[in-house]
Design a protein around this ligand. Structure first.
Ligand code: GDP
Length: 299
């Protein structure tokens, strides 16, 4: 598929050597493997864990041919990834009212776009969706979400620029309940000047939702830009300290060879990836599938 093409090609350029012919599986091979994983942003700790696991499998299965090495590698990556998976990747639902999903992340990662894309997919699957433009901080974010809403025929609750996001959220929860909506998607402001600030703002939004909606918030999705490599891991750590993140949306995988960062995030923080973004259009979003992902990364 179109999206993974770039990740795949660049990664495979580097990795092709490892799997061609009868390369000897010596120390140099494992060193090259490590270097390749690091260059794909798999991260240091995950790279060591993976290389060790792959080495164990190769030795215990007595594998020596390139294509078998590749198969063992994909299997091991999926296994190591899934060992860290404690929840499934589908969205948590609220049985007693609207399912509320908060989208968080720094400016420019593709947060507003992801709200639109997920709104579109939910609507396509027959759900009744409403969106809240609570990113009143970034200039243009409210307008941008309104445009998505018009295009997709999804109502958008807005406030004024630089207004209080909490009041937008309050209005949106009311509208979601009164209109019997299945999903409320909330675009929040992505400022991260100070952690205390961010923590307070998110806590306030959550409090309002908890007061107005049975079972409060079901998902807090952190949106990360895959092209930022290991910076994405740093952002994940900061946001995870500010509030409980229930899942990730990894965007811009159509533009990078660095998709390995999700392994790093899984390894360090144990947060599941729920969606991947593969372009700017409403259709360019997929539910995360570990096996397919690792396969495309290594292929
Ligand atoms: P926000 O500041 O986090 O809300 O970011 P935006 O949603 O405004 O997105 C920033 C830019 O990234 C926009 O030009 C989007 O069209 C683009 N973008 C978002 N997701 C993707 C993606 O998956 N792939 C690509 N190539 N571009 C994306």
């Amino acid at each position: 598929d179109k999206g993974m093409e770039k990740s795949r090609k660049n990664f495979s350029d580097r990795i092709a050597d490892l799997f061609t012919g009868f390369r000897e599986l010596d120390e140099e091979f494992y060193e090259d493997l490590e270097e390749t994983l690091i260059s794909a942003d798999v991260g240091f700790n995950m790279t060591i864990a993976l290389t060790d696991a792959i080495r164990d499998e190769i030795e215990s299965q007595n594998v020596y041919k390139g294509e078998d090495v590749k198969r063992v590698m994909i299997e091991t990556m999926v296994k190591v990834y899934e060992d860290h998976e404690h929840e499934n990747v589908s969205l948590n639902e609220n049985p007693d009212g609207p399912t509320v999903i908060l989208f968080v992340g720094v400016n420019g990662v593709g947060k507003t776009t992801s709200v639109g894309k997920i709104g579109y997919q939910l609507k396509e699957s027959g759900k009744k969706v409403i969106m809240a433009a609570a990113d009143t901080f970034r200039a243009g974010a409210v307008e941008q979400l309104s445009v998505w809403g018009q295009r997709l025929d999804i109502p958008v609750v807005t406030g004024i620029d630089q207004g209080d996001p909490a009041s937008v959220v309050f209005d949106a929860v009311k509208a979601a309940k009164e209109g019997n909506y299945d999903y409320l998607l909330v675009d929040t402001a992505g400022r991260l000047q100070t952690k205390a600030n961010l923590m307070q703002e998110l806590a306030k939004i959550k409090r309002i939702i908890e007061r107005e909606n049975p079972n409060g918030v079901q998902e807090v999705l952190l949106v990360l830009d895959a092209t930022t490599g290991q910076n994405a891991l740093i952002q994940a750590k900061q946001f995870n300290e500010a509030t409980e993140i229930t899942g990730l949306v990894l965007t811009k995988l159509d533009g990078t060879a660095k998709g390995g960062v999700i392994l790093s995030i899984r390894y360090e923080l144990d947060i599941p990836v729920k969606f991947i973004g593969l372009g700017e259009g409403a259709n360019d979003l997929q539910p995360f599938n570990a096996e397919e992902y690792m396969f495309n990364l290594v292929k």
